[in-house]
Ligand binder design. Structure first.
Ligand code: HEC
Ligand code: HEC
Length: 369
């Protein structure tokens, strides 16, 4: 039988779909014998995040408390404001691609948290990339960009997709010449760079400044962070508490963007199979990076599916059940057999005692982000 690479996790997702509905929920703060004391939870979370119960993270994990996303710094100068405006205009302009079919925003759609709803990105002439379009909310804050961290500045990153044959397929010099020939961007170019035309570095600067200005829209989570108790239903609050405690999510998804900006192998390398992707290892060739991908921000996550670097999960509850099952630890056998290239699962990923009600509460919490 020809098992496609995606079928195994999907199969597991289906197998687990029924879920251990009656599994006993372990006692945690404000829950005993499987039933929640919601008034108790409300008391724990009534103050500012700094007063909330400490999250359950392993020794040695540097974590940050949940917090509002830092606002865009006030614009330094009219020049900078013009660069952002020019970057925005270019981001939405399909003429940046060779045949005028694809803009940055074809793949990075604002209403989908700047993703495109597809498992793998599709560029000009319908050519398909190898990974899913990531949301862009972490990009203004991340020291390393892309799923594998192979680029370390937005200026260096943003022109990449223009030239990439499976994205916009346009040699940079030709794209710059095209932009310079467009009447409608001329006044913004002049305002940004005090010249009638721009060069490649300035094109990159404008696009990077626009990406740096992106912030997730304010959500129920932000209102709850600001102290509005009524922003969360009981179920959403249970989800927040589980996220911080029993489900261990804060080990990697923490801080204002709900990411540590770090790299971890959570079990999705497809090692030894078709569509193998060893992630950060392909950049560093360090064994510690085998199968490791950058932790995505969970801001706006409900709008960003299908999820993961390869878009393997079409459904958040299926994804949560797989976390509960330590992603099935697909490389366990090869690692135990001593295969030096088999990616070992991050020690932070473990089986979790999540029952169906927990999965629902966690999913409800993710919807608030
Ligand atoms: C064909 C779809 C597609 C187009 C068009 C596209 N991107 Fe992307 N973008 C992607 C994919 C896929 C990745 C992730 C690639 C990887 O990690 O290997 C990505 C990654 C990024 C990142 C890194 C985000 C992060 O946090 O790591 C930024 C920033 C970005 N794109 C900006 C842009 C800009 C600006 C444009 C237009 C010039 C653009 N993209 C055009 C698909 C696209
Ligand atoms: C060991 C660190 C780690 C832990 C613990 C962890 N995650 Fe993740 N998470 C990641 C990484 C890394 C990815 C991307 C992996 C990939 O694409 O291969 C990810 C991806 C995700 C995504 C997909 C986001 C997207 O845009 O594709 C969701 C949703 C998510 N995690 C939720 C959770 C929840 C909920 C928990 C707790 C049950 C959790 N994570 C625990 C590191 C972690």
């Amino acid at each position: 039988m020809n098992i496609t690479p995606l079928s195994k996790p999907l199969l597991l997702t289906l197998l687990l779909a029924a879920g251990p509905a009656l599994a006993a929920a372990p006692d945690i703060a404000c829950r005993s014998n499987g039933s929640w004391d919601n008034a108790c939870l409300r008391r724990l979370y009534q103050g500012a995040p700094g007063t909330w119960p400490k999250p359950q993270v392993d020794a040695g994990v540097a974590w940050q408390e949940m917090a509002p996303v830092p606002a865009v710094a006030p614009t330094e100068s009219p020049r900078q404001a013009a660069r952002v405006a020019l970057g925005r205009a270019l981001f939405f302009d399909p003429r940046l691609s060779a045949k005028g079919q694809v803009s940055c925003a074809s793949c990075h759609q604002p209403e989908k948290s700047f993703t495109d709803g597809k498992p793998l990105a599709v560029g000009e002439d319908q050519l398909m990339g190898r990974r899913r379009t990531p949301p862009l909310f972490a990009a203004p804050f991340a020291a390393k960009l892309f799923w594998d961290g192979r680029v370390d500045s937005l200026e260096a990153q943003v022109v990449g997709p223009i030239a990439n044959p499976v994205e916009m397929n346009h040699p940079i010099a030709a794209a710059v010449a095209r932009v310079n020939g467009l009447e409608e961007h001329r006044s913004l170019i002049r305002a940004a760079f005090a010249a009638p035309t721009l060069d490649e570095a300035q094109l990159a600067w404008a696009l990077a400044d626009f990406v740096r200005s992106l912030r997730p829209p304010a959500t129920a989570f932000d209102r709850f962070l600001a102290g509005r108790q009524d922003a969360f239903s009981d179920k959403e609050l249970q989800g927040l508490h589980l996220f911080r405690t029993q489900a261990r999510c804060m080990n990697c998804h923490n801080g204002p963007l709900l990411t540590d900006h770090g790299f971890h192998h959570i079990g999705l390398s497809y090692y030894g199979r078709r569509n193998q992707d060893l992630g950060r290892f392909e950049v560093t060739r360090e064994k510690a990076d085998l199968g490791a991908f950058r932790t995505p921000s969970l801001r706006g996550v409900a709008q960003a599916g299908p999820w993961m670097h390869n878009g393997v999960f079409p459904d958040l509850k299926g994804l949560l059940r797989m976390y509960g099952n330590a992603m099935g630890n697909p490389t366990a056998k090869a690692v135990a057999a001593g295969d030096p290239y088999a990616p070992p699962l991050s020690p932070l990923i473990r089986k979790l005692e999540l029952n169906e009600a927990d999965v629902e509460a966690l999913a409800a919490f993710l919807q608030t982000l």
